[in-house]
Design a protein around this ligand. Structure first.
Ligand SMILES: N[C@@H](CCC(=O)N[C@@H](CS)C(=O)NCC(=O)O)C(=O)O
Length: 207
């Protein structure tokens, strides 16, 4: 069986894929495709026709979308409860993966775009403010969940934690003031200092 291939530099959303692969303990080849020209080349478009990273190739099977990659790799290769074995636990992982991608990441992206990324004349302060408030509310909902147990699904770290923590890491770790949500602050620290996360962080922070 061919080794799992992960496409995408660690500074991209491929950070998530590298982290989940480290957590699952699966051997992989890291192909450092950039999200510029590299990801628009015909060879890469065969892997991901959307021309985006991350993407994987797993023994002839191709997949893209970072949250789908997290769930697939955790389910296929994870051990020790990284991916719950019961349907309800599994569905909770889907819930947090969708939350991370469609609520948290969306609002974070709109805030960041309208605060730093867009040229000054294109930034919309009202959109930035509205989305910062949304992000705070979403983080507060994670904090409320963590009042019930040390991890999102209860006692143990799962791919649900990885989906949410990896989105928060991208733009917020070390920058956002988490003092209003101390459980999230503590949980993020625990998630992002796991050996699996440190492996992916080393790749990202050195890049
Ligand atoms: N929803 C996708 C978004 C992927 C995405 O936007 N990737 C960026 C890098 S982090 C990219 O490849 N951008 C280049 C482009 O969109 O052309 C996911 O979560 O994987």
């Amino acid at each position: 069986m061919a080794k799992l291939k992960i496409y995408g530099i660690a500074k991209s959303r491929a950070f998530r894929t590298l982290w989940v692969a480290e957590e699952a303990g699966v051997a992989f080849d890291h192909i450092q495709t950039t999200f510029g020209e590299d990801s628009k080349q015909p060879e890469f478009l065969k892997i991901n026709p959307m021309g985006q990273v991350p993407a994987i190739e797993d023994d002839g099977f191709t997949l893209s979308e970072s949250m789908a990659l997290n769930l697939y790799i955790a389910k296929k290769y994870g051990k020790g409860g990284l991916y719950p074995s019961d349907l309800q636990g599994e569905a909770k992982c889907w819930q947090w993966a969708f939350f991370a991608a469609t609520s948290l990441e969306r609002s974070m992206g709109l805030f960041v775009a309208n605060t730093y990324v867009l040229p000054a004349e294109k930034r919309n302060a009202a959109v930035a403010k509205e989305n910062l408030e949304a992000v705070k509310r979403l983080i507060a909902s994670v904090d409320a969940q963590l009042a019930k147990g040390p991890y999102l699904l209860g006692q143990n770290f799962t791919v649900a934690d990885l989906c949410v923590a990896s989105v928060l890491y991208g733009a917020w770790f070390n920058k956002h003031d988490f003092s209003a949500t101390p459980k999230v602050k503590d949980w993020l620290e625990r998630c992002l200092t796991r050996p699996g996360a440190m492996g992916a962080r080393t790749l990202r922070e050195a890049a």
